[in-house]
Design a protein around this ligand. Structure first.
Ligand SMILES: Cc1cc2nc3c(=O)[nH]c(=O)nc-3n(C[C@H](O)[C@H](O)[C@H](O)COP(=O)(O)O)c2cc1C
Length: 194
């Protein structure tokens, strides 16, 4: 049997009933055949301190190893003040260091996000995509999943109840799986040509 393709899901919220955490739980149920989505919670990651990057906290080392072991990453980001939340930027920074030892390098990545407003995290998602440039991640361009008016689409525990949104997430997962396979085939072809 072929090894399943693994996606690591990371939500930029620590809130118990977080819509973004809920969107990732829904994604776990919606993955296509042959794909498995694991979730890494950002709880317990301290503030980045460059003095500690040669000997990082154990939770940071775990994050880096989980990112490295995954075939692709899926971020579910809230929007805070028109950008990404500090907990998510903090995790991106930790796992990108020390210089030359970034866990994100060359990783296929997709983004989705839920907010209570009518723009559905669009501004935060484009800030996040800007980080992918220096991190040398390979972002899936489309579909974009911007979950607007989240309070109407999730229940009180943060479970996604809206069928239309579930269809969008399913399409995103299918596209991310294809994108990841496409990049892996390109890498194998480049190795065999070398
Ligand atoms: C500090 C802070 C800033 C926020 N800024 C925005 C914003 O710029 N745009 C927006 O649509 N919602 C904003 N919100 C509301 C979030 O969409 C809402 O809190 C959402 O539930 C966060 O995602 P979560 O449920 O995954 O924690 C903000 C919330 C907080 C706490």
């Amino acid at each position: 049997m072929e090894k399943p393709l693994t996606i690591l899901g990371i939500a930029g919220s620590l809130r118990k009933a977080s819509y973004n955490r809920g969107a990732l739980r829904a994604a776990q149920e919606l993955v296509p055949e042959g794909v498995q989505l694991e979730i890494f919670d950002l709880d317990g990651i301290p503030s980045y301190n460059q003095d500690e990057e040669q000997n990082p906290p154990s939770r940071v080392s775990l994050l880096k190893s989980r990112v490295r072991a995954a075939d692709a990453v899926l971020f579910a980001t809230p929007e805070y003040n028109y950008s990404i939340p500090g907990v998510l930027k903090n995790a991106l920074d930790w796992a990108s260091r020390p210089y030359g030892d970034s866990a994100w390098d060359g990783k296929p990545v997709a983004v989705m996000g839920a907010s209570v407003g009518p723009i559905g995290t669009a501004r935060a998602q484009y800030h996040l995509r800007q980080c992918f440039v220096f991190l040398n991640m390979y972002p899936l361009n489309r579909p974009e999943v911007m979950i607007t008016n989240a309070a109407e689409r999730f229940d009180g525990e943060g479970n996604l109840t809206d069928e239309n949104t579930r269809r969008h997430i399913r399409a995103l997962l299918e596209a991310l799986a294809k994108w990841t396979q496409h990049l892996a085939e390109g890498r194998r072809a480049a190795v065999s040509r070398a």
